[in-house]
Design a protein around this ligand. Structure first.
Ligand code: ADP
Ligand code: MG
Length: 353
């Protein structure tokens, strides 16, 4: 049985249902991210796991034990929030000791554990500092240590990095992942940042309007989005409308150019429209570009972004963006020029929702 299970969780505020039939099974030691836009219900699900909200329906178990009738302080959960929620009148050591003190642990044990935790987040030297004397990144590391000190069964992190600047965000997410793996603690990490979720998770739940659209490993979510919503939210994706030419041979047309798909079209008939997704990094117009498929069109923009050159090309009614890795010899196609984008037919995914 999974360690943390959410079964048909629902939550309504008045007449508005913000979490709809949410299901998730998380294994012991797993790091799972809830990824979705603002307002899709991520925090509400997290607060139900922690016991700050009561589900309108459904069940929550940790290690086989139902949590639904337990108050927050009866659950064994550590939580880190977006805003720095350290106690301003306590120094670092006192903040980290807080949960253990409340639990009535003996002083020697608390001192030992605080020392261990400060070592884990590499802030031993700042034990006497107060929150206002530390950077945002340092405060969030203390918040993490405070959450972990009482040895919770589950760690919940609600957008813990979103108030930090870009560089710190990247280094701290890697540190969180390292500490999580070192302790083997079951973790739910909430974020609206797809790169963050892709880079540190064992699995991702992509949330859309109160339900899980797709659950999978980062590469599966990125490479094989199950819905249009996931395709759009996780990365920049071209969504191309194509016309079915011959269902038997998986032949479609984009503009007036024919393409044979790898993936079976299924039950459609000639003349139907199908939606196809193509990742911008899947194709290239470089002279040595390879692929069994080509689309020719007019280049309408070309932007040098440093490591990649992002070009947009018009094919019939579709505008297709593609990224080529920069290299000193690469001459990007010029605006107004007719160019041919080559890629593998297998990179064209059928979106079926
Ligand atoms: N206590 C509340 N009362 C009424 N509506 C709420 C309450 N908490 C959250 N909501 C609403 O529920 C929806 C989901 O919110 P939330 O879980 O915070 O989303 P997220 O964390 O994904 O941004 C939002 O529309 C929000 O306004
Ligand atoms: Mg939130």
């Amino acid at each position: 049985m999974s360690f943390l299970t959410l079964t048909s969780i629902q939550k309504s505020f008045g007449p508005v249902q913000v979490v709809k039939d949410f299901n998730m099974s998380i294994e012991k030691g797993e790091f799972v991210s809830f990824l979705g836009p603002s307002g899709c219900g991520k925090t509400t699900v997290l607060r139900m796991i922690a016991g700050f909200e009561t589900p309108s329906g459904g069940g929550i178990t940790i290690d086989g034990k139902s949590q639904v009738n337990l108050r927050p302080n009866q659950r064994n959960i550590g939580m880190v929030f977006q805003a720095y929620a350290l106690f301003p009148n306590m120094n670092v050591a006192e903040n980290v000791a807080f949960g253990l003190k409340v639990a009535g642990r003996p002083k020697a044990e608390i001192d030992q554990r605080v020392k261990e935790m400060l070592g884990l987040i590499k802030l031993d030297h700042l034990a006497d500092r107060y929150p206002y004397q530390m950077s945002g990144g340092q405060q969030q590391r203390v918040a993490l240590a405070r959450a972990l000190a009482p040895k919770p069964q589950v760690l919940l992190l609600d957008e813990p990095l979103s108030a930090l600047d870009a560089k710190i965000r990247v280094s701290l997410r890697e540190e969180i992942r390292m500490i999580q793996q070192q302790l083997g603690i079951t973790t739910v990490f909430v974020t609206h940042d797809q790169e963050e979720a892709l880079s540190i998770s064992d699995r991702i739940v992509v949330m859309n309007a109160g339900k899980a659209d797709q659950i999978g490993k980062p590469a599966d979510i990125y490479n094989r989005p199950a819905t249009r919503f996931v395709a759009n939210f996780v990365g920049t994706l071209n969504l191309i409308e194509a016309k079915v030419v011959d269902p038997a041979t998986n032949r479609v047309s984009i503009g007036d150019q024919g393409v044979t798909l790898r993936e079976p079209l299924g039950t459609v008939k000639a003349g139907d429209t199908v939606s196809l997704a193509l990742r911008p990094e899947a194709g290239s117009t470089a002279p040595d570009a390879k692929g069994d498929t080509a689309l020719t069109g007019e280049v309408i923009s070309s932007n040098f972004l440093g490591s990649v050159i992002r070009t947009r090309m018009k094919v019939g009614d579709a505008v297709i963006s593609f990224d080529m890795f920069n290299s000193p010899g690469l001459v990007p196609p010029a605006v107004g020029e007719t160019s041919t984008l080559r890629f593998t037919a297998g990179d064209l995914l059928i979106i079926r929702d």
